[in-house]
Design a protein around this ligand. Structure first.
Ligand SMILES: Cc1ncc(COP(=O)(O)O)c(C=O)c1O
Length: 380
């Protein structure tokens, strides 16, 4: 079996168009974007043109985009930036139980500095109930952070409804859109968000670059203090190389047409798994409100890590981890109340631009070989 990559939610390869832009930048344009002389001009132009391209993808003004090192930094800047700028005595934050660690850990850090955090529950499909958000808001709430789409199961949240509730109370709304950009529409006006995170390596740009959309007029304390780069919101000489890569990737991501094909492949893959395994395979996540590339399934009574170990050519992720001989479900599956005997068999297949029908057929054949009674002995 050839190597098959089905882990696009973990990271994407760099698109050829993006690599071509980067190659040109490596050979030219070494100057400092802040230098006023001839050597700085091309680097500055590259950064500013990239900012316009990212803004074009999100439907905002270029001045509302701050480049960061990735999704984690953008999330940290959003939460800590609002916290430190708020000047409140006992600030309160609302997030969900299924956020990425890049939201969970900054919230826990801010708890140590005196914030309180309410973690909203989700239903069995991984969706938040906007009424739960309404009930969670207190007079001290400074920011609500709800991810646009979940990285593990792909469930898409009712962001516009939740943002409207936050705004009724004059509260800022942040969404981590690291997984949704380039897969579903992410125009900030339609989502109604004040802050939005994107991560380059989830949309065919390299690792090490991301961005935070900050609605005009919002005061954020920077994480990195120094000179006045990024309009004083993130000090440090910008990487024109990485910014240009994210800019080019944003142009590609704005075209959602290739995702229709990915979705059709994903749906055919799921249909074939059901044909082969019947009630032995269960879908995790929302049946419709889900990223078009994501298929998270449980092989009932099996251990996801064992299945993947028996198929080393297939790059995919599990939804459980083995700690001291015990299988522990991911916090996302736990929040969705997935039964341990079912959830331990979770595997996330995430498809992308390079996925083919033949790849998926080969994975179905491989799974059938290892999961039939005569196949490789797996833990039960
Ligand atoms: C939903 C979500 N947020 C944030 C991140 C972190 O992004 P980065 O790896 O660019 O820091 C990820 C990456 O897995 C993610 O899936």
């Amino acid at each position: 079996m050839k190597q098959i990559y089905l882990d696009y939610n973990a990271s994407t390869p760099v698109a050829p168009e993006v690599a071509a832009i980067m190659r040109g930048m490596l050979e030219d344009g070494f100057g400092n974007p802040s230098s006023p002389h001839w050597a700085g001009a091309p680097a500055r132009q590259a950064v500013e043109s990239a900012r316009r391209q990212v803004a074009g993808l999100l439907g905002c003004a270029p001045e509302e985009i701050v480049f960061t090192s990735g999704g984690s930094e953008a999330n940290n800047l959003a939460l800590k930036g609002v916290f430190f700028a708020s000047g409140r005595e006992r600030p309160h934050i609302v997030a969900t139980r299924i956020e990425h660690p890049a939201i969970v850990a900054p919230c826990q850090f801010l708890e140590r500095l005196g914030a309180t955090v309410t973690w909203l529950p989700v239903d069995g499909t991984g969706r938040v109930d906007p009424d739960d958000l309404r009930r969670a808001i207190t007079p001290n709430t400074i920011v609500v952070s709800i991810m646009h789409a979940n990285n593990e199961v792909g469930t898409i949240q009712p962001i516009a409804d939740c943002a409207a509730i936050a705004h009724e109370h004059g509260i800022l709304f942040h969404s981590d859109a690291a997984q949704s950009v380039g897969k579903i529409p992410t125009r900030v006006e339609n989502l109604g968000v004040d802050l939005l995170t994107i991560a380059g390596h989830k949309l065919y740009a390299p690792k090490g670059i991301g961005a935070l959309y900050i609605r005009q007029g919002i005061a954020l304390e920077p994480l990195i203090h120094g000179a006045g780069h990024e309009s004083g919101r993130r000090a440090g000489t910008e990487s024109a190389l990485l910014a240009a890569a994210l800019g080019e990737a944003s142009i590609l991501a704005a075209d959602l047409e290739p995702m229709r094909e990915v979705e059709a492949l994903r749906d055919r893959f799921w249909a074939r798994l059901q044909e082969h395994f019947g009630a032995g395979v269960v879908l995790n996540g929302h049946p419709e409100q889900r990223l078009p590339n994501t298929l998270n399934v449980c092989f009932v009574g099996r251990v996801g890590a064992d299945i993947l170990a028996a198929l080393p050519e297939v790059a995919a992720s599990t939804g459980s981890a083995c700690h001291s001989g015990r299988i522990e479900l991911s916090p996302v599956l736990l929040a969705m109340d997935v039964e341990p005997e079912v959830g331990m068999g979770a595997i996330r297949f995430s498809l992308g631009r390079g996925t083919t029908g033949e790849d998926l057929d080969a994975v179905v054949a491989g799974l059938t070989a290892v999961l039939t009674p005569s196949g490789i002995e797996l833990r039960r």
